[in-house]
Design a protein around this ligand. Structure first.
Ligand SMILES: [Zn+2]
Length: 138
């Protein structure tokens, strides 16, 4: 179910806790909320709907689908560049540093561990959402 967007920067600045199989419903809410904001938003982290768990959902440019990741972490990155980003929880555009190519290890909906490499815009979204899990705002 769609949830309201958290904008409290104090809450958003706290690192999230590891997600477990008890949090599968959070991923459903997160995907529903992203779908409701599809015109203005390409990814979300669970703390953006007020749940301090390490779960992200993002629109994958290559598949055109929304992908959910539990406990994602970047294990490799290359190609540093500077850019500007916006965020549904914040106002305006802000400068940030990203990497062109990243390798991410995470768990799927079935809590199977997978590792995958992303580049370009999809990689940028994932980096923004993993930052949210770590309490980092642009
Ligand atoms: Zn954001």
């Amino acid at each position: 179910m769609q949830q309201p967007i958290m904008t409290d920067e104090r809450f958003l600045s706290k690192p999230s806790e590891p997600a477990t199989t008890d949090d599968l419903h959070v991923a459903v809410d997160l995907a529903d909320t992203l779908a409701a904001h599809a015109d203005s938003c390409v990814g979300m982290a669970a703390n953006m709907i007020g749940v301090g768990k390490r779960i992200i959902v993002f629109s994958d440019e290559t598949t055109g689908r929304n992908t959910v990741m539990f406990n994602p972490r970047i294990v490799e990155r290359s190609g540093e560049y500077e850019t500007e980003e916006g965020c549904l929880s914040l106002t305006g555009m802000r400068p940030t540093v990203r990497y062109e190519r990243i390798t991410v290890t995470c768990q799927t909906r079935r809590f199977r561990e997978v590792t995958a490499t992303f580049d370009g815009f999809t990689a940028q979204i994932i980096q923004h959402e993993i930052d949210h899990c770590n309490g980092i705002l642009i």
